[in-house]
Design a protein around this ligand. Structure first.
Ligand code: CMP
Length: 138
C-alpha cells in the first residue's frame, strides 16, 4: 500500500554528520522524499510531538534533547513506507538495534536511548499527526 510517513534526523544525527548517509539510505530503498526541511524544534512543538510520552520518566529529557540543535524533518512516500522506515531505523534502544539498521550501525554505543539518531512514525495515525505538526499543506 502506498503510504506517507514522517522521519526526523535528531540533533545527534545532524551533529555527527549523518544527514547524507541517512538520506542516501532512504533513496537507495526507493522511498521518495516528498518534503524535507531543517529546523529548530520549539518547546510547544516538541511537547506535541511526544505527547504520548507525557508523564513518563524520560519525557523531559526527550523534549530537551529534540530542542538541543537543528533537526531534519521529512515526509517519505512509498510502498509500506511506515513499516519499511521503522525496519530501516531499527530498535528504539540503540544497544538492541540490529546491524544494518541506522541505529544499529551508528548509535550502538549511544550513551542513552534518547540519543538514537532518528525518529520514524510508528503508525498511520501518528504519521499523519506528525506530518501535520511539521509541514503545512500535506
Ligand atoms: P523515538 O522513536 O523518537 O520515540 C520516543 C523516544 O523516546 C525514543 O525514540 C527514544 O529516543 C526516547 N526514549 C528515551 N527513553 C526511552 C525509554 N526508556 N523507552 C522508550 N523510548 C525512550
Amino acid at each position: 500500500m502506498q503510504e506517507r510517513t514522517f522521519l526526523m534526523i535528531k540533533p545527534d544525527g545532524v551533529q555527527r554528520g549523518l544527514m547524507g548517509e541517512i538520506i542516501s539510505r532512504v533513496e537507495q530503498r526507493e522511498l521518495k522524499i516528498v518534503a524535507l526541511k531543517m529546523l529548530r524544534v520549539d518547546d510547544e512543538t516538541a511537547k506535541k510531538h511526544y505527547a504520548e510520552h507525557a508523564g513518563k520518566p524520560f519525557f523531559n529529557s526527550l523534549v530537551e534533547f529534540i530542542k538541543s540543535g537543528p533537526v531534519v524533518a521529512m515526509v517519505i512516500e512509498g510502498e509500506n513506507a511506515i513499516f519499511t522506515m521503522r525496519e530501516m531505523v531499527g530498535a528504539t534502544d540503540p544497544a538492541k538495534a540490529a546491524p544494518g539498521t541506522i541505529r544499529g550501525d551508528f548509535a550502538h554505543d549511544a550513551r542513552d536511548i534518547t540519543h538514537n539518531i532518528v525518529h520514524a512514525a510508528d503508525s498511520l495515525e501518528n504519521a499523519k499527526r506528525e506530518i501535520d505538526l511539521y509541514f503545512e499543506h500535506f
